[in-house]
Design a protein around this ligand. Structure first.
Ligand code: SF4
Ligand code: SF4
Length: 178
């Protein structure tokens, strides 16, 4: 399991290196899950749900391959954990609070499933929250200022996710013209 997950992580890290993005902000060690669900109950219950997803994920791989479609389809689409998160989110590194979706296309391509994006028709893979969209368009200099602002907030992954999704980090940044 560990070796396989390491390969997945290398693939996801590759995604991160290609483009600086707020969903996986490697330089601050922050993962966001803000738009991978609705109305999260609380951090404890979200963490328990991530534990369960990650445990269930183990049933869909052997040493050779992984059945990502089987993992995705183990529950009907359009339903969420009671905590509000998607059934597909799993821990990348629980100690460091890193989380990811294994249905991401870079992971899928690495597994040769013949499918480009298993999120298609399951959620809305084209969705970007306000700040993620703006950040992508900003100059490197403005991105740097935003990352410095985030660093000063010292958020954990849960607060970061909530505040990305509700736009409050962006509002605060823009209000103070940082
Ligand atoms: S809420 Fe925004 S930053 Fe967070 S995962 Fe969604 S698009 Fe990315
Ligand atoms: S399938 Fe993946 S990207 Fe889509 S909502 Fe679930 S965890 Fe997020």
């Amino acid at each position: 399991m560990q070796a396989f997950l390491s390969e997945l992580f290398i693939l996801t890290v590759k995604v991160e290196k290609i483009k600086r993005n707020l969903c996986q902000l490697e330089e601050l060690g922050l993962s966001c899950i803000g738009c991978c669900g609705f109305d999260f109950t609380n951090k404890k219950e979200v963490m328990e749900a991530l534990d369960r997803n990650s445990d269930e994920f183990k049933d869909f791989y052997d040493n050779e391959s992984i059945d990502l479609k089987g993992f995705r389809d183990r529950h009907p689409k359009d339903i969420l954990r009671i905590s509000g998160i998607c059934y597909n989110l799993i821990w990348k590194d629980k100690e460091r609070g890193l989380i990811f979706c294994p249905l991401h296309p870079m992971v899928i391509e690495g597994q040769n499933t013949g499918q480009k994006d298993l999120r298609e028709g399951h959620c809305n893979p084209g969705h970007l929250c306000r700040i993620a969209y703006k950040f992508m368009k900003w100059s490197r200099d403005k991105q740097d200022r935003y990352v410095a602002f985030l660093k000063s907030k010292n958020l954990d992954w849960y607060e970061y996710s909530i505040k990305n999704d509700d736009g409050s980090l962006l509002d605060e940044f823009e209000q103070h013209k940082l």
